[in-house]
Ligand binder design. Structure first.
Ligand SMILES: Nc1ncnc2c1ncn2[C@@H]1O[C@H](COP(=O)(O)OP(=O)(O)OP(=O)(O)O)[C@@H](O)[C@H]1O
Length: 578
């Protein structure tokens, strides 16, 4: 995993190396300072002239000033590297997220993803930007200091070496436990985040059903779990740090003690003992820093595992097709579903079973049926949000999997029952369909979709901010914006999935007229519950239990008195009661 993590430092490696080099210079200033201090102390014991102390004091002051500057420069390199690494990681994550598409979002909870994408990436900063350069600094520093210490007193060298080994290896013993706790932390953090997002989005429902207390309790339980994990993490981290602190303190004390003993035995000079005294502290300084970074990094490790787990999620809808799907102006493609079977998720219950459906070039086909029959699933498959397990779907007689997904979706305009508005102006939201559109084109589409009047009445007209944190629009208004989007995209295949379900009666006939006009030179698939809106379709397909049970013109189906008539009767009865 560490190697994989290192791969994301590409683009920031120069800065990381610079940071490590500056770190070595900083260690150098500490070593020089230690030597100067050692010299000063030995002068003090020798009771030499005070003037001799002046260069030592000046030298130490110089080291302090130099170190302050180096620390400042190291911070700049560190921050630059951190931002680059985090940017790379997030770009990788977002790219994969978009490749996974709607199929992934079926299982994933937004709050969990958010916690990994945002906070997980932040948690990795310490490991990538502090720990890795510190490994270099520590290794080089020790390679320089240890042999010198051993040359002064071999036994002291061995003691320092063993203490360093213990300090480095000790955190590794806790690794498994720390990792487990880290996983628990992200799990509970993700749960809390998901619950919170859920509560925010469903606030109206919670209040309407007096269920906010229960939701509040669930949030409290999740917050409590997170607290417990955080405390566990702190405990283990503190114990591990205490071990390392103990090993370094014992190492320093032993090396000075042994040095003093050797001095008393006449085996070591006073000047060497003072050097050992100050240098042994410098030996352990980078180790302590390394240990501190290791502990700060451990949440990053478990976050990294979650990130890699996400990055390894198989993309189920593969974009392998290289063929271009460019439909020349005026040409209307045909669509064919042949023996299509499809199940969501675990595949236990098929949403479509052996479905056959043909939409001839330029025809308007309607798909009707009871709720849950599988109508929207047909659209999901046509847009390749999912791929069927068996059977084939063809556009213009060629399997849709052979076209690039971008090309495929470029040729289809879909209007759904639910319209998502992004944070931004009304104009931006419509422009999503055709970024290069002129304002006049946008306005013309809004007039046709009966959206222009209400948009003009908004505080800043087309420049009014909508979406999250923006002006709230009604369901019908949102749907008219989505119809304007569809009109602007004007692709050769039109899919209307309950496109006017939220539109009020006064606007419906006018919008229906515009949609009919839009559908005139296209191949159209309409899904509608209100059967009056599809009566003019070239052919109506009736779905029942995941497959087509009958099809024909409205007239044919009415005279057959089958499933379609059942639906008509049920609807008429419903309308009469309404
Ligand atoms: N994203 C999904 N994940 C899992 N199951 C799903 C998903 N979407 C739909 N289903 C299931 O697949 C079946 C068909 O659903 P689909 O939405 O296609 O029906 P529909 O005919 O469009 O219904 P409605 O008219 O109510 O919109 C249903 O049993 C539904 O529960």
């Amino acid at each position: 995993m560490i190697l994989r993590l290192l791969s994301v430092t590409k683009g920031a490696r120069g800065s990381l190396l610079a940071k490590a080099l500056i770190g070595m210079l900083i260690t150098g200033t500490y070593i020089v300072q230690a030597f100067l201090l050692a010299k000063g102390v030995s002068y003090a014991f020798a009771e030499l002239n005070w003037r001799l102390f002046i260069p030592i004091i000046l030298g130490i002051a110089l080291m302090v000033v130099l170190r302050a500057h180096l620390l400042w420069i190291r911070e700049i390199f560190g921050k630059y590297a951190a931002e680059r690494v985090k940017e790379t990681l997030r770009i990788n994550l977002f790219e994969h997220f978009f490749h996974l598409g709607p199929a992934y979002m079926e299982d994933g909870r937004t709050g969990k993803l958010q916690s990994i994408f945002i906070d997980g990436v932040e948690a990795l900063e310490v490991f990538l930007v502090d720990y890795i350069p510190q490994v270099l600094v520590t290794a080089i520093g020790l390679i320089c200091i240890l042999p010198y210490m051993a040359s002064l007193d071999p036994l002291v060298g061995v003691i320092v070496f063993v203490s360093i080994l213990i300090s480095v290896l000790c955190p590794m013993f806790w690794d498994k436990l720390m990792n487990k706790i880290g996983h628990g932390h992200w799990e509970s953090y993700g749960n809390l985040n998901s619950q919170f997002v859920d509560a925010m989005q469903g606030m109206t429902t919670l209040k309407a059903f007096n269920a906010s207390d229960e939701k509040g309790n669930e949030l409290e339980r999740d917050a409590n779990e997170l607290y417990n994990h955080t405390m566990k993490k702190l405990n283990v981290s503190l114990i591990s740090s205490a071990f390392v602190g103990f090993a370094t303190a014992i190492g320093t004390a032993l090396s000075v003690g042994i040095g003093a003993f050797h001095l008393s035995m006449g085996m070591l000079a006073m000047s060497s003992l003072t050097v050992i005294l100050f240098l042994s502290t410098e030996c352990f300084r980078p180790i302590n820093d390394l240990n501190a970074y290791w502990h700060k990094s451990f949440l990053g490790f478990s976050a990294a595992e979650k990130m890699f787990e996400f990055l390894d999620t198989t993309i189920t809808v593969l974009d392998k097709g290289n063929d271009r799907l460019v439909i020349p102006e005026g040409i209307r493609p045909s669509i064919d579903f042949n023996a299509v079977t499809f199940s969501y998720n675990d595949g236990t219950r098929p949403a479509l079973k052996n479905l056959n459906l043909s939409i001839p070039s330029g025809a308007k086909i309607a798909l009707v049926g009871q709720s849950g029959a599988g109508k929207s699933t047909v659209v999901n498959l046509l847009l390749r949000f999912f791929d069927p397990q068996t059977g084939s779907i063809k556009i213009s007689k060629k399997e849709i999997g052979k076209y690039s997904i971008q090309d495929l979706r470029r040729q289809i305009t879909a209007v759904f029952q639910d319209t998502y508005l992004f944070y931004g102006t009304v104009e931006d939201n419509i422009r999503v369909a055709k970024p290069e559109a002129s304002f006049d084109e946008i306005e013309a589409c809004c007039r046709n979709s009966k959206a222009h009047d209400f948009i003009s009445a908004l505080p800043q007209g087309y420049q009014t901010i909508v979406g999250e944190r923006g002006v709230r629009l009604s369901g019908g208004e949102r749907q008219r914006i989505s119809i304007a989007r569809a009109m602007l995209k004007d692709a050769p295949i039109l899919v209307l999935d309950e496109a006017t379900s939220n539109v009020d009666a006064s606007n419906e006939s006018a919008i229906q007229e515009s949609l009919d006009r839009l559908a005139r030179n296209k191949t159209t698939l309409v899904i509608a519950h209100r059967l009056s809106t599809i009566i003019d379709a070239t052919e109506i397909y009736v779905m029942e239990n995941e497959h087509i049970c009958e099809h024909g013109t409205a007239q044919e189906l009415i005279s057959r008195d089958g499933a379609f008539m059942e639906l008509m009767k049920a609807q008429n009865a419903g309308e009469k009661m309404g």
